[in-house]
Write a protein that binds this ligand. Structure first.
Ligand SMILES: Nc1ncnc2c1ncn2[C@@H]1O[C@H](COP(=O)(O)OP(=O)(O)OP(=O)(O)O)[C@@H](O)[C@H]1O
Ligand SMILES: Nc1nc2c(c(=O)[nH]1)N=C(CO)CN2
Length: 175
C-alpha cells in the first residue's frame, strides 16, 4: 500500500490495554490498512484537563491505500464501535485515535489537520513516535521531531508501561 501514516492511540477509562488492543485489531481488519509497527505502551499523566485518570498511550505505523479523510472516518468509526462517548473536550475516553502524520502531507481542513496540530507539544505522542522512527521530520517545517521532543519540558509524565518490540500487531498483547 502506497501511503504511510502514524496514529496515536490513548485510553484512560476501564480496561485500557484491552481497548488499545481492540482498536488495533479493528484497524487491522480493514483490508486497506496494514499495521507495520507498534511502539511500546506508556503510562502518562493527563495533559490539558488534568483532573482525570492516567492514560495508556502508544503510536502505530501503518501503510494504507485509504485517503487521509477515509483514514479519519475509519478512526472515528473504530472509536464509536468501541464505545467512545465525548462528554467534554479533553475529557476521559475509552479510546482516542489521532492521525499524526500521513506521508509528508500538510492538510488544513475544518475536520482534519495533519500533522496533528498539538503533536509537537505532547511528550505522550513524541516519545512513542520517536521509538518507532527517530528520523521523522515535521512536514514543511523541516524540524526534526527528536529536537522538538528535546524542547518539551515535561517528559517525566511519560513512563514505559509495557515494552513492545514485535512488528506483529497482536503478539505483544498475548502474554
Ligand atoms: N489529525 C487528526 N486526527 C484525528 N482527528 C482529527 C485530526 N484533525 C482534526 N480532527 C478532528 O478532531 C475532532 C475531535 O477529535 P477529539 O474529540 O478526539 O479531540 P481530542 O483527541 O480529544 O483532542 P486533541 O485533538 O487535542 O487530541 C474529530 O472529529 C476530527 O474531525
Ligand atoms: N496523557 C495524555 N493526556 C491527554 C491525552 C492523552 O492521550 N494522553 N489526550 C488528550 C486529548 O486527545 C488530552 N490529554
Amino acid at each position: 500500500m502506497e501511503n504511510v501514516a502514524f496514529i496515536s492511540l490513548g485510553s484512560n477509562m476501564g480496561n485500557r490495554l484491552e481497548y488499545l488492543k481492540q482498536a488495533i485489531k479493528r484497524l487491522s481488519h480493514c483490508s486497506e490498512v496494514q499495521i507495520e509497527k507498534l511502539s511500546s505502551i506508556y503510562e502518562t499523566e493527563p495533559i490539558g484537563f488534568t483532573d482525570q485518570d492516567q492514560f495508556l498511550n502508544m503510536v502505530i505505523k501503518i501503510s494504507t491505500s485509504l485517503s487521509p479523510h477515509q483514514l479519519l472516518t475509519l478512526c472515528l468509526d473504530v472509536e464509536r464501535e468501541i464505545g467512545r462517548i465525548r462528554e467534554f473536550k479533553w475529557g476521559p475516553r475509552v479510546i482516542d485515535l489521532d492521525i499524526l502524520l500521513y506521508n509528508k502531507e500538510n492538510i488544513m481542513m475544518e475536520d482534519l489537520q495533519i500533522p496533528h496540530p498539538r503533536m509537537n507539544e505532547r511528550a505522550f505522542v513524541l516519545i512513542p513516535l520517536m521509538e518507532i522512527d527517530s528520523m521523522l521530520f515535521l512536514p514543511s517545517s523541516n524540524a526534526p521531531l527528536v529536537e522538538i521532543l528535546d524542547e518539551i519540558p515535561d517528559k517525566e509524565g511519560v513512563r514505559l508501561w509495557k515494552q513492545i518490540n514485535g512488528e506483529d500487531a497482536f503478539a505483544p498483547f498475548e502474554n
